[in-house]
Design a binder for this molecule. Sequence first.
Ligand SMILES: [Zn+2]
Length: 110
Amino acid sequence: MKLWKCSVCGYVHEGESAPEKCPKCGVAADKFMELPKEEAEKVYRSDKTNDYHMQLIRLAMKMDKIASKGIEDNLDPGCVHVFQYAKQRAWEIKQMAKAEIAGHISKGKF
Ligand SMILES: [Zn+2]
């Protein structure tokens, strides 16, 4: 399958030809360029990995919410310490995964 990139907004379409109009920004098909095979392979190859990063981000956000509830619950200093530690690690994991996705995007791996 061929990949076509919108030269206006960067949306990537999959198909034998460019879409009649860009679903994201609405420009006509002539604004789409077919991605060279090497670029298309980067998009397909990174798709699964980017999804893993997004799953990690969602889990980290869930961990942050749980940790915040634990901090608020404030049973004892030991518990609060664990929840604060978890909240900090969740932030780091989330931001590391985001940085990795941003790096992929800058290299055409999206
Ligand atoms: Zn577009």
